[in-house]
Ligand binder design. Sequence first.
Ligand code: ATP
Length: 239
Amino acid sequence: MNKLLELDAFSVAYGSVEALHSVQLDVREGEIVTVIGPNGAGKTTLLCAAMGLLPSTGSLTLAGERIARPTVETMVARGVALVPEKRELFGEMSVEDNLLLGGFYRWRKGQRDQKARMEEVFQIFPRMRERREQMSSTLSGGERQMLAIGRALMARPRLLMLDEPSLGLAPLIVREVLQVVSSLRNHGVSVLLVEQNARAALQVADRGYVLETGAVALSGAASDLLHDRRIIDTYLGIG
Ligand code: ATP
């Protein structure tokens, strides 16, 4: 499988404090890759820097093209989308209008496929079709997460980066959301999934990276990590 995203010696500092130290990570086409790790390990920093929202050093390669200085604009133009931890929906706007905004960059570039994109999102999240006219601030937590993912999919990304989609959701809803995330590979979308819910994430991912204090402590097939003694003791607990 071709590598879609490759980070090498990827580092980020906040002033004199290094939050990410020489990370090596890749996502191949069609893969779901998860990054797990404790609070403050640098997971959000990793996604924000890979999206061009924070300055980084080291190298970032997308589908074989080295991106010298990643900016949001270059990353969006190359098919990368980020669903931030706080969802960042427009609460006073309807589900449909939130979705339309997700495709803004495409429409601005002259693409006129809003209806087709929205239809695809509605197929992935049928509940969004039912609620298309509802104000997004009145959606349930799970529905808001689905809308945030749907909005990112409107941009037709090749790589979707998700920051803790399970945050604040009941276990049953977490499973539902992550099942949809794992089905995205059938729609030609690769996923980089940051999660504190290590078990749920490893269950849907192909591979995983464990980030601890800004560095990759361990990586491998998700099925191997699920059975790794250290991972079980530190991140999975009983159950
Ligand atoms: P969590 O799961 O709690 O969101 P995380 O793994 O996503 O944690 P980050 O939010 O990336 O971790 O934070 C990594 C480190 O960088 C932490 O020590 C944090 O305090 C620090 N940090 C994050 N944002 C800033 C900032 N704007 N300025 C200074 N330090 C920051």
